[in-house]
Design a protein around this ligand. Structure first.
Ligand code: ADP
Length: 638
């Protein structure tokens, strides 16, 4: 029999290093993680046995067994679940099959993992936590349904490599054997094991058993008491979601959450109810307190676990909630669905749709209540998940307004750190105001200082400030209570009638000059027009009403999309003295080259305001420097 020696992937090495050398608190969670894996392995076997009876191998008594061997110093977690082939073990126990691993590990290293053990929990690095307490870990496994005894042995001391070899194993499933570190032998003590299991794994649906020593009356001599070893079940196995709300202490809800969400922190909200009527199901949902680090990654697994009459069908059923509620974790147990329900069936199933509608409404209602009654808590929730809930505006038209009512924005009327709702905004609108104005950009301060806001602040129109990358995409075209959302960065702005008369006058005065500017810039801008949004600045660039704003353009480019650069419109402020001065030169000599040069300079400034760069930064700075010299010389000669 050959022993193969293999190297862990780099990210596993880094992770193990962190685990072994930096994580000192909550070491006992290793047991919860191993039991959780064993339970998952049994769930899988049980599920597969619905369609393939061979899987049970005539041993349908699913159980997890804990064996503490004080003499050998080993603690074994044994299950009779699905088991692993050699390839599966190498894949599952030698790599971390998740995207973002590298970034995550870097974040951990910077963040002082010691103080933040919950970060590791989030990552669901369950199995590797064994190395926090063990010098050596041996895994002996055999795939269920083979009916032979060909198993595999995987072994590692956690120092960079592991070995695999073929071994005989009678029963199906997996034994994880921890050779405990000398300082950690307390985990062999019966009371310690019982305590950890009660705290972390009581609700596991399969029996967790252990041989325990009991004193009993002797069968032979009834006057004597003898010590005997007997198997005892250590967990209550109650499906918590089927129990009565009033019987469940908060602590138990929280532990169950930590188990299913791989989180160390308590949830922000527990939603537990039973639906009856057209659709019968029990739901136990949670709103986490903190966003998992990978919630914006593509491979983030969304949706609660789906059970059908207590049998787990899948870990994450994404058909049960819309993506904008993907942070919700939990369990849904249906009484209506068939046990052999497949992904395909789920995708077009009326029962599933009914559950989804019901759950979505429930979660949105709970969030609305939280916003009303527990505002501080809601603010925390919003900081973590507001960006995600917002997506619903775009994707769930039917519930657009309900979702919009959950949103919070800073605005030109809020103090720092405070926010307004769309409802607040609408109530504070001016009498003849038809649109809800918003400005999107990289930061609140940047937006508030932006020249695009000049006319709005001067005329006292409120503008909502938006700093999420998706904002413009989400809100352009959205209507709230019959009022259209309008970006102050895009399209034409006319805040009042005065603007029209002013523009009429300015057109007469500067019409020809504007033609010249337009002609000079015809390759660079779509149009040149008079601005209704500027009061102090000379000019700015705006996107056409239906074009992407620069923020969105950047985002799409960053996502690797091919976005054609849409030409902008140059808006000029006829009240700025610059134009009267330019016009005077223009009237005197239309061919004066300074007109062309300054037009370019004007455009370059507008680019800077927008957050872009002048096409030729060298020429731009030379021109500015020259103007400075001229001005300084005038100061001296004056
Ligand atoms: P996670 O459970 O979050 O996937 P782990 O590191 O705990 O991460 O486990 C990695 C993988 O190893 C599991 O996804 C599973 O494929 C496999 N595995 C671990 N323990 C067992 C077990 N007892 N039986 C079968 N497979 C297991």
């Amino acid at each position: 029999m050959t022993v193969e020696k293999l190297e862990f992937k780099t990210e596993v090495k880094q992770l193990l290093d962190l685990m072994i050398h930096s994580l000192y608190s909550h070491k006992e969670v290793f047991l919860r993680e191993l039991i959780s894996n064993a339970s998952d392995a049994i769930d899988r076997a049980k599920y597969e046995s619905l369609t393939n009876q061979d899987i049970t191998e005539n041993d349908p008594g699913w159980r997890i067994k804990i064996i503490a061997d004080e003499a050998a110093g080993t603690l074994t977690v044994s299950d009779n679940g699905i088991g692993m082939t050699k390839e599966e073990a190498v894949q599952a126990l030698g790599t971390i099959a998740r995207s973002g691993t590298k970034e995550f590990l870097q974040a951990l290293q910077q963040k002082q993992i010691k103080d933040n053990p919950e970060l590791i929990g989030q990552f669901g690095v369950g199995f590797y936590s064994s190395f926090m307490v063990a010098d050596k870990v041996t895994v002996i496994s055999r795939k269920a349904g083979q009916n032979d005894s060909k198993g595999i042995k995987w072994e590692s001391t956690g120092d960079g490599s592991y070995t695999v070899e073929d071994v005989d194993k009678a029963g199906k499933g997996t034994d994880v054997i921890l050779h405990l570190n000398q300082d950690e032998t307390k985990y062999l003590k019966e009371w310690e094991i019982k305590d950890i299991i009660r705290r972390y794994s009581d609700f596991i649906e399969h029996p967790i058993v252990m041989d325990v020593e009991r004193e009993k009356q002797s069968e032979i001599d009834k006057t004597q008491r003898v010590k005997m070893r007997e198997e005892e079940t250590l967990n209550s196995m109650k499906a918590i979601w089927l129990r009565d709300k009033s019987d469940i202490p908060e602590e138990e809800y929280n532990e169950f959450y930590k188990h299913i969400a791989h989180d160390f922190t308590n949830p922000a909200k527990v939603i537990h109810y039973k639906a009856e009527g057209t659709s019968e199901f029990a739901a136990l949902l949670y709103i986490p307190g903190k966003a998992p680090f990978n919630i914006l990654y593509k491979d983030y697994k969304m949706g609660p676990a789906l059970y059908v009459r207590r049998v787990q069908i899948m870990d994450h059923c994404e058909e049960l909630l819309p993506p904008y509620l993907r942070f919700v974790k939990g369990v849904v147990d249906s009484s209506d669905l068939p046990l052999n329900v497949s992904r395909e069936i789920l995708q077009n199933n009326k029962q599933v749709d009914l559950i989804k509608t019901n759950l979505t409404k429930k979660v949105l209602d709970i969030l609305a209540d939280m916003k009303k009654d527990e505002h501080d808590k809601y603010l925390e929730f919003y900081r973590e998940f507001g960006r995600i809930v917002k997506e619903g505006i775009h994707y769930d038209l039917a519930r657009g307004e309900a979702i919009a009512d959950l949103l919070l924005f800073p605005s030109t009327r809020t103090e720092e750190g405070k926010s307004r709702t769309l409802q607040d905004y609408v109530e504070g609108m001016k009498e003849d105001q038809q649109e809800i104005y918003y400005a999107s950009g990289a930061s609140v301060t940047e937006i508030l200082k932006s020249p695009y806001m000049e006319a709005f602040s001067e005329k006292d129109y409120e503008v909502l400030v938006m700093v999420d990358d998706i904002d413009d995409f989400i809100f352009s075209g959205f209507e709230y209570k019959g009022k259209k959302m309008k970006s102050v960065l895009k399209g034409d702005i006319k805040l009042d009638k005065v603007v029209d008369t002013e523009h009429e006058k300015a057109k007469k005065e500067f019409g020809k000059l504007i033609e010249l500017i337009k002609d000079r810039l015809k390759d660079q801008v779509k149009d040149v027009r008079l601005s209704g949004r500027l009061t102090d600045s000379a000019c700015c660039l705006v996107a056409d009403e239906h074009d992407l704003d620069p923020q969105m353009e950047k985002l799409l480019k960053a996502m690797g999309q091919d976005v054609p650069a849409a030409k902008r419109i140059l808006e000029i402020n006829p009240n700025h003295p610059l134009f009267a001065a330019m016009n005077a030169v223009f009237e005197k000599d239309r061919s004066n080259p300074i007109l062309g040069e300054f037009t370019q300079l004007l455009y370059d400034q507008a680019l800077l305001l927008e957050g872009s760069k002048p096409k030729d930064p060298g020429a731009f700075t030379r021109a500015v420097a020259r103007l400075m010299v001229q001005n300084l010389n005038q100061q001296v000669s004056a």
